[in-house]
Unconditional design. Structure first.
Length: 361
């Protein structure tokens, strides 16, 4: 290698060394600048009087493509049930809509937000985070689905026909030993805020404000009739007499009966079989009969417990308008029926969901 080549090589190495030093210095300065910006931003957030919501949710578009277990955990329904619900809602007019100046909200996204809302007790801020939409968009979308869904009672709850009554009667005979039983009737409380109008009527015997749900369930715990909305101070017997079911019970019941608890004892209606009061003087036959009634009534306790456990929104509906309360309760009953037969095991309570202190006493 001649002297000229060596000189050029040394100059090139020297320039390379200078460039590397400059890069290292620049990288170090950039790193320090980034740390400085992070500290400033963090301090600004901590000083800010406004709440900052971070959009960290998984892209909703991927959810319909995940496996069934991954889909079921957040939305409480199987993919098959979701597709059915989506189809029914679309047939009833649920459409993709575009708000002025905002991106469209796809129908699938609306239904997923609705299911998330029904299955959790968190507010619309949580839905906004999960689906990366504004709180107002989340609220509007959920209310739209809820309004349509609450009008689909006939698609999810129906009175049994003659063949179904016969099947239910045989199932209850096997379950509790009583003949010609096709269902169990009971009421439960749903917590709400004190309404502005006649608020005192909603204070129940357990000293909180509530509205009532009257449910009649078959041997599988499926609702075959519901009545929603009476104030919490109303007892089960009065609620029954006010319900649409009571107006034509003779036609619906025919020669069959329902099981009920002691709240219906004073009813002069032959279609409800209730236990005799335990006055310490019951005969063995009466004690056995009471035991049979109790065994059959377990079905309705499990139905209410499972509904409240799975569709957590109905555990506590405070800070919700009264007209929306009724729609939410109805929607929970419809979803409960839709899920009968698939994924019935509760993740939290594999041995059975405990019923909260929500029954009329």
């Amino acid at each position: 290698m001649d002297i000229s080549t060596k000189t050029c090589l040394l100059l090139a190495l020297s320039e390379h060394s200078k460039l590397m030093n400059r890069y290292i210095v620049h990288t170090s300065e950039e790193f320090e600048e980034q740390k400085k910006r992070t500290r400033i931003a963090t301090a600004a957030i901590l000083r800010s009087p406004h709440t900052v919501t971070l959009k960290t949710g998984t892209k909703w578009e991927v959810m319909p493509n995940v496996d069934n277990d991954a889909f079921y955990h957040p939305y409480k329904v199987t993919k098959r049930q979701f597709d059915f619900l989506l189809m029914v809602l679309q047939q009833q007019g649920l459409k993709r809509q575009k708000a002025r100046g905002l991106p469209t909200v796809p129908v699938r996204m609306k239904v997923l937000m609705f299911l998330w809302y029904m299955g959790n007790q968190n507010g619309f801020r949580d839905i906004s985070d999960k689906f990366d939409v504004s709180e107002s968009t989340a609220h509007k979308s959920v209310l739209e689905v809820l309004t349509i869904f609450s009008n689909l009672g006939a698609s999810f709850i129906s009175w049994p026909n003659a063949g179904r009554k016969k099947t239910s009667s045989a199932a209850f005979q096997k379950l509790c030993g009583l003949s010609r039983i096709i269902g169990v009737i009971d009421g439960c409380h749903i917590k709400i805020n004190r309404p502005n109008i006649r608020g005192g009527d909603y204070m129940n015997r357990q000293s909180y404000y509530s509205v009532l749900l009257q449910g009649i369930v078959d041997e599988k715990g499926r609702f075959i009739d519901i009545f929603v909305g009476p104030p919490g101070r109303v007892d089960d017997a009065r609620m029954l007499r006010a319900s649409h079911f009571y107006a034509d019970w003779q036609e619906k019941m025919s020669e069959y009966s329902l099981l009920g608890d002691s709240a219906y004892t004073d009813q002069a209606d032959p279609f409800i079989i209730t236990p005799k009061a335990d006055n310490a003087a019951l005969s063995e036959d009466d004690q056995l009969r009471n035991s049979c009634i109790s065994s059959g009534r377990v079905v309705v306790d499990k139905a209410f417990a499972k509904m409240k456990c799975k569709w957590r929104r109905v555990r506590d509906l405070q800070n919700t308008r009264l007209e929306n309360v009724v729609m939410i309760i109805m929607a929970a009953c419809f979803l409960h029926n839709m899920c009968i037969g698939d994924n019935e095991a509760c993740e939290e309570h594999p041995q059975g969901c405990p019923r909260q202190a929500d029954d009329n006493v």
